[in-house]
Design a protein around this ligand. Structure first.
Ligand code: SIN
Length: 521
């Protein structure tokens, strides 16, 4: 089918990073590619915590940067942490100006939540757990009203188009009624902002479509992927309910909620001096161990919040109700679930990838901010900082302010990824590349991924997922130590105080996979 050419910048994704960047491009025309109706279906809309920023006069960007570096277990780029935290306040003020109703005191001061591994209460929030939803609602209203933004809804990107060594466009297909045959869109530049990889795991807090497809597209086009092995598991996903698992925000522990097991023991006291507010990887492993031992870990909000959970944390209360739980009178059963990918498309200070013509921001990118363990609520902050930087960098090379709307032709439906293969992939990732990893488990997972890849070879959406899964498992196999969220029970020690970040192309990850298949199990 003939490619469609447009002078618009092509933005893949519709979450916080994508929308914030889209607004910043004004008056340059952009085209957003959004699988779901704008503002829904993105991880950002599900974020309960908020945006980390030193808003209290007694706090400082320097302290925020220090906490970020400390949580990241020796692999955070300190310069990136300093620059990002220094910009945080300005972005919170900007979001406020764009209509986000952050919680404020009578004197106008922002009400701040405390989350794990922060030395200060510094997370701006909306009604306890509504930050992501409210920020996205405010931005979506702005994007819908912006004349320079065209949004293609119900359409997903399935691949990148590289011509003469430069990314020129994306292959897109309609989502409804099955993926359709794709058409090529060529634009002024391509910005990937399509979320993370959590849904590659059987137990996840991520929305159903967030399964590493956008990272996989970039990897299949040859982009370098950084820190792929670092996947963050959230300790308090609500257990035993729907897929994806609803989150019980860390801010609940900031308010004093405790973690107990079936015997009523507060097991985090023995695990870390900061108990429930220890770094997220440590809490996640403790929860995982309790689950494995059949000790039924649970989050007990009764004493700390009582009936206040119903009004102050409405999303958590609603998720509990949907699972038949009353959090006012019962502890909430929890499990560690894949939540955030610290790894992603390697990008520089302006968000440029290693491929000319391709930029990335938000969870799909790896800027060096998060290291091996992201500090809570730094994810939305990074999306804001790099969404803006990408837009500014790309806009420097643009020379047009006008573009006709892009009209997609009608396309015949084709096949979706086989759900049985996707389920097998997710199970293999949870079993072999999950909270606790071993060389043998990772080799087994890589084997399964290779088999899945050959089972439906023409399906781009599936191949994008298997590309990302390969990168995560191969990088985890190559890192023979335990660091932050990456824990190898066969290599439990940290090798040195600071660690190297990892950088792999998909070709290199596939070599590791091929080599692993030759090694004894
Ligand atoms: C949470 O609210 O617990 C999650 C916040 C985050 O992942 O940054």
């Amino acid at each position: 089918m003939t490619p469609i050419d447009t002078p618009r910048v092509l933005i893949v994704g519709a979450g916080l990073a994508a929308q914030y960047a889209a607004l910043r491009f004004a008056p340059h025309p952009v085209l957003m590619i959004s699988p779901e109706p704008l503002g829904s279906g993105a991880s950002s809309a599900w974020a309960q915590g908020g945006v980390a920023a030193a808003m209290d006069p007694a706090d400082s960007a320097e302290a925020h940067a220090r906490d970020t570096v400390r949580a990241g277990a020796g692999t955070v780029d300190a310069k990136v942490a300093q620059a990002v935290t220094a910009e945080a306040r300005a972005h919170v003020l900007d979001l406020t100006g764009l209509g986000t109703p952050f919680d404020r005191a009578a004197d106008g001061a922002y009400i701040l939540s405390r989350e794990a591994a922060h030395s200060f209460a510094r997370v701006v929030r909306v009604r306890g757990d509504q930050a992501g939803a409210e920020i996205m609602q405010a931005l979506t209203a702005q994007v819908r009203a912006a004349p320079h933004v065209q949004v293609l809804e119900g359409v997903m990107a399935t691949g990148l188009v590289v011509e003469d060594g430069r990314v020129r466009g994306v292959k897109v297909a309609r989502c409804s009624g099955g993926l359709s045959r794709s058409v090529v869109l060529r634009g002024a530049a391509v910005l990937l902002a399509g979320g993370g990889s959590g849904g590659l795991y059987a137990l996840t807090t991520n929305p159903p479509r967030i399964r590493g497809q956008v990272l996989g597209m970039a990897a299949r086009a040859g982009a370098v992927i950084a820190d792929a092995e670092f996947v963050q598991f959230h300790p308090t996903a609500i257990a035993g309910g729907p897929d994806p698992a609803p989150l019980a925000t860390e801010a609940l522990r900031g308010e004093g909620a405790t973690l107990i097991n079936r015997h009523g023991e507060r097991f985090m006291r023995a695990a870390h001096p900061d108990a429930e507010l220890a770094p997220r990887d440590i809490v996640a492993r403790a929860i995982f161990a309790q689950t494995q031992a059949g000790l039924a870990p649970a989050l007990d909000t009764r004493a700390a919040l009582g009936a206040r959970i119903l009004t102050d944390f409405p999303a958590v209360a609603a998720a509990c109700r949907a699972s038949g739980l009353d959090p006012v009178t019962q502890p909430i059963p929890v499990a560690a679930a894949a939540h955030y990918h610290m790894g992603g498309i390697a990008t520089d200070a302006e968000g440029a990838s290693t491929l000319p013509g391709l930029w990335a921001c938000g969870e799909v990118a790896s800027t060096g901010l998060h290291g091996a363990n992201r500090l809570a609520s730094n994810g939305l902050l990074e999306a804001l900082v790099y969404g803006r930087r990408c837009a500014d960098a790309i806009a420097k090379g643009l020379d047009t302010d006008a573009a006709a709307p892009v009209l997609l032709p009608d396309l015949a439906p084709a096949g979706e990824p086989d759900p049985a293969l996707v389920a097998r992939l997710r199970q293999a990732m949870t079993e072999g590349a999950g909270v606790i990893r071993t060389g043998a488990g990772l080799r087994c997972t890589l084997d399964t991924i290779a088999a899945i890849e050959t089972a439906q070879p023409g399906c781009d959406a599936l191949l994008n997922m298997t590309a990302t899964a390969t990168l995560i498992a191969a990088a985890a196999l190559a890192r023979k130590e335990s660091r932050g969220a990456h824990f190898r029970s066969d290599h439990p020690e940290v090798q040195g105080e600071t660690g190297e970040r990892s950088f792999f192309t998909l070709a290199q990850a596939r070599q590791i996979r091929a080599q692993a298949r030759k090694e004894p199990a």
